[in-house]
Ligand binder design. Structure first.
Ligand code: SAM
Length: 278
């Protein structure tokens, strides 16, 4: 098992909270949890898989509208999972590495396979085979929905005439220099990869991270937490140096500096007449 993600990002309680807030803000900016074209086909008793589930936040939110669904979350690491006893009775979490073939027992069993934000865990060369692998989980007529943010092209903007930006931009540059090229490529071929995996009615929607301007500051503060965590892990700067830039970066945000990037949603359907066990 090669866990690329753990080289880049921490897995601890603070990160779990950051991911949950990021999920909420991203969903607000997208404007839906499940694309309307998929919702129209999803039965109330749907079997739904959330891959690279992190804290399981997607399934917890889906449960509110689909109380009779079967909800299976999986991730290469169980470190961010909530305690099993706290999960809803119709929700289970387990370990699954998308780079390994999916278990034969799960092939052709899901109405919806969902993925959000696995980009920091995959190299650009892996995406095509991962999409192929995950699409095997779908029932005929089942849907795949996948969201990725273009963090490799995230930039800190000057919001006010006199806003300061240099510390925020310094941390952004450390991140882009570190994994920018990994983050920019791979997800951008999802549409083509879904078509190659045999999915039909493939679609692509995208919004800005600040489509809802009221979320801008929270998105920027949330992103800053990730940039600081990355700098601590990967920049080679001392802890004191990172602390000093971090303090100034939050002042930049207070002065009106904000982050902007694009968020993409991709979806596709397994043909009704396909063999479920391709
Ligand atoms: C940024 S988090 C996103 C979590 C969740 N989807 C969300 O939107 O909050 C990325 C997740 O991908 C998982 N991941 C990374 N590489 C993976 C792999 N090869 N197989 C399965 N999960 C992986 C990480 O462990 C982490 O939980």
């Amino acid at each position: 098992m090669s866990d690329t993600y753990s080289n880049n990002m921490p897995r601890n309680e603070a990160e779990a909270q950051r991911l949950d807030e990021q999920f909420e803000l991203t969903t607000q900016n997208i404007g839906y949890l499940i694309h309307p074209a998929i919702r129209a086909t999803l039965p109330p008793t749907a079997r739904i898989a959330d891959i690279a589930t992190g804290t399981g936040v997607f399934l917890q939110q889906v449960a509110a509208s689909y109380p009779d669904a079967t909800l299976h979350g999986s991730d290469i690491s169980t470190a961010l999972f909530p305690p099993a006893a706290s999960l809803l009775p119709n929700m289970q979490l387990s370990r699954l590495d998308v780079l390994e073939p999916v278990p034969e027992s799960l092939v052709g069993t899901y109405d919806l396979v969902h993925v959000r934000l696995i980009v920091a865990g995959l190299l650009p060369s892996s995406w095509s085979s991962v999409v192929q692998n995950l699409s095997r989980l779908l029932k005929p007529g089942g849907a795949m929905q996948w969201e990725e943010c273009n963090f490799g092209s995230a930039y800190h903007m000057r919001g006010g005439e006199t806003s300061t930006t240099s510390a925020a931009r310094q941390l952004g540059k450390i991140f882009r220099d570190g994994i920018g090229s990994q983050l920019q490529h791979g997800w951008d071929a999802l549409e083509q990869n879904m078509v190659s995996a045999g999915l039909v009615n493939v679609g692509h929607d995208y919004v800005s991270s600040d489509r809802i301007p009221e979320t801008r500051k929270a998105v920027t503060r949330n992103g800053m937490t990730a940039l600081v965590a990355f700098a601590r892990k990967r920049s080679g700067m001392s802890s004191e140096e990172v602390n000093a830039v971090e303090e100034q970066a939050y002042k930049d945000i207070e002065s009106g500096c904000y982050i902007r990037y694009d968020t993409h949603v991709f979806w596709g359907f397994k043909p009704e007449d396909s063999q479920s066990k391709i």
